[in-house]
Write a protein that binds this ligand. Sequence first.
Ligand code: PFF
Length: 454
Amino acid sequence: MIKRGNWNSRIGFILAASGSAVGLGNIWRFPYTAGKNGGAAFLVIYLAAILALALPVLLAEAALGRATGKNPVGAFKAIAPRGLWKSVGYLGVTAGFMILSYYAVIAGWTLGYFFKAVSGEFNRLTAAGHDAATMSRHGFASFTSSPVLQIILLAVFLGLTIYVTSRGVSGGIERWSKMLMPLLLGLLLLLMVRALTLKGAGAGVAFYLKPDFSLITPSVVIAAMGQAFFSLSLGIGTMITYGSYVKKNENLPASTGWIALCDTLIAVTAGFIIFPAVFSQGMDPAEGPGLVFNILPVIFAKIPMGQVFGAFFFLLLAIAALTTTVSLLEVPVAYFIDERGWPRRRAAWIAGGICLVFGIPAALSQGSVGFLTRLPLVNTDFLSFWDLIWGNLVLSIGALLIAVFVGWIWKSGNALLEITRGSGRFRPAFLWVIAIRYLAPVLILVILLSKILS
Ligand code: PFF
């Protein structure tokens, strides 16, 4: 039997799982999704979704992983050997491939922007009198529409991901996740102070904090719920996989609480940077996926030593993205290791190679190829479309099925035995059972249906 990995230290799981949770979802996806969906109204629903839906599902995934010691397919099989449940595991493995394939494209942008910052491009454009809007036309659009560059950056990022993943659980993933998260948070707080002191920042704060509840539609609710699951890496079995490497004496409720807190704090902070900056520059908060890449360079150009801060920031963002891409690749890799008996290295290279192939349409969808940039029928680019399908719908459906599975098939009583192992007690046990058996399944279903019917 092939030896499975383990987290080495007590906080190894917290750091690695936070490394998975904190990523582009917090700093790139959260602000632009909030910007497109009403700002403060979105924030309220998002926070409610984290507490009522995502946190209980996170605990359920981690417990399922630790109890079975398996990848998502193996975990479902271990508890329900017959029947269709294992297909939820297969759906997760497939989603791992698909999400990684476009996520790595955005991750490649962070590398590209790191080099731009180092070269002083932001300062040059600002000095030449460009404001945020023209900067985006000059910088972002021409950058993302260069096909060769986009594919190279994608390949480089996947190469890094494969390298770390093939080094194994504690040697690769855990080592990289340590230290970097606090560093990223520190830099974010610094940028927040700068953004909040920009002229006109108040309008951004109001947009972010003063909810206009008339803006809430089924689309807003589904976007907020999808973002909550996406941000905590739920619904596809990433946390089942990471939970499978947790030692039995670790306190799961406390660990998952820290992970959710850390993730939410970083996303909310990102909003306090982006919205004040967007409004101070007279930009449109609803402009979409380019939002962060257009606005941050403007701030860097406005602060002393902005070139250094800018370079440092995009480097940290790339590292935050790397600890996430590693977790996405780990889902299929763990499957190939456990279920197919492949050595880790081979699993990592083959799974990463598949992601490269699937990533190409996403890489070419930001201006390089007309058809992919504006897909017929759906009227959006391939990357955004893929994110909607896999990063929102499949993720939410996955979370729904995992909640039903843990609450009703494995049974919440058995799950609670696993949850309290290592911690002894879990005060909100009753609330968790309500959330996982009733609240999560019903709410997710209603939200998905209301979107389909609207
Ligand atoms: N949580 C990651 C982020 O916020 O960037 C994205 C993600 C990772 C989503 C793993 C889903 C997943 F399974």
